[in-house]
Design a protein around this ligand. Structure first.
Ligand code: SAH
Ligand code: SF4
Length: 351
């Protein structure tokens, strides 16, 4: 079985031509795929019956993901979907809406996309990391997460405006499927999303960052740093020891030089662990003057017993970075009460 959401538009065109049909038949598939969301190939009414039968009999399908649960936060801004995938796993995907930042009269609608079920990196503060690695998602599973939300939003006259690869899993550990999904989602004949509206977040896998820099895309990059030195970082991200803090920062800087896109360093703040003033000064020294931006994320509650620092501590940390000339923001958290916030995604606890 091959899902049509797996194809690059060029590949689909080739398939249709190889089957003996004119090229425009491919457009008659692509348009509904990304604007009407058919559930079966037979729902695409413009196609000749013969082509529908031939595609179906050759093992082509639509719909590698089916919604099984939906949870909406009390304020209505955050929606979490549980999707049942064709690989018999379930994945969570989250929509965050920001009414305050409107685009053309509509709220900013950001989808937090998952690339793996579980994660092998084992970050001690992350619920996904604590469940271990289960499997990689295919490109069509990644594309389907976006399609599901686009369908929901379209019914309200809204659209997906941004994608962040910050759901379950480490995108660079599933590079080929992740980048295939990105290319389908940004292709003008695919989902047609602007490259600049996409951010990929990585725990800092240098080889992956280098590959992404070579793709010639305008994708934003976020690197989850969490500590300014190797000793502390190793405690928080036990498996990510292949690349040192210096190497990670250097590859972020190279990404910036190559693409012109400012790199964001994510820093999950944990009470008494990585939030002291001294550590803030060390971090400032490390990042000063290289055009990067720090996103401070006061930790969200997960199964581990890490605590969120006090507001005063968070603001003091921010002030130290700011005074040293390092651009810095504190992430506004969305969806904690429905366990849809950063690091809270795991498939066995829904709601
Ligand atoms: N694996 C990638 C992308 C998914 S994690 C990465 O680590 O970057 C997305 C973000 O959520 C990362 O910045 C991660 O550090 C953060 N995160 C994980 N657990 C968290 C928690 N409990 N509270 C707040 N942020 C968390
Ligand atoms: Fe994996 Fe990212 Fe969670 Fe670490 S923070 S375990 S890399 S998903």
């Amino acid at each position: 079985m091959t899902d049509l959401y797996r194809f690059f538009p060029e590949e689909l065109e080739q398939l249709i031509i190889d089957m003996g049909y004119p090229r425009y038949r491919a457009d008659q598939i692509l348009l509904p795929l990304y604007y009407k969301f058919p559930k079966n190939i037979s729902d695409i009414k413009q196609l000749p019956k013969k082509l529908i039968t031939e595609l179906t009999e050759s093992g082509y399908t639509i719909g590698s993901a089916k919604e099984t649960h939906r949870v909406v936060s009390e304020d209505g801004d955050t929606t979490k979907l549980l999707l049942n995938l064709s690989n018999d796993h379930s994945v969570e995907t989250v929509l965050m809406q920001y009414a305050s930042s409107k685009i053309g009269g509509h709220p900013r609608s950001t989808i937090c996309v998952s690339t793996q079920i579980g994660c092998a990196m084992g970050c001690v503060f992350c619920a996904t990391g604590q469940m271990g690695f289960e499997t990689n998602l295919k490109a069509e599973h990644i594309v389907s997460q976006v399609i599901h939300f686009e369908e929901i939003l379209q019914q309200r006259g809204e659209h997906v405006t941004n994608l962040v690869f910050m759901g379950m899993g480490e995108p660079m550990a599933n590079y080929d499927e992740m980048i295939r999904a990105v290319k389908i989602l940004t292709h003008p004949k695919g989902f047609g999303m602007g490259q600049r509206h996409i951010t990929i977040s990585t725990i800092g896998i240098k080889s992956g960052i280098e590959k992404l820099a070579e793709e010639n895309l305008q994708i934003g990059l976020a690197i989850s740093l969490h500590a300014p030195n190797n000793t502390l970082r190793k405690k928080l991200v036990p498996t990510a020891t292949l690349n040192s803090v210096d190497e990670i920062i250097e590859s972020g800087y190279n990404y910036f030089k190559k693409t012109g896109r400012r790199v964001t360093f994510e820093y999950a703040l944990m009470d008494g662990i990585n939030d002291s003033s001294e550590i803030a000064h060390d971090l400032a020294k490390l990042l000063r003057g290289n055009g990067s931006h720090v996103n401070l994320i006061p930790i969200n509650p997960t199964a581990g017993d890490f605590k969120r620092p006090s507001n005063n501590r968070v603001h003091e940390f921010e002030r130290i970075l700011f005074d040293a000339g390092v651009n810095c923001t504190i992430r506004i958290e969305k969806g904690t009460e429905i366990s849809a916030a950063c690091g809270q995604l795991r498939t066995d606890i829904l709601g």
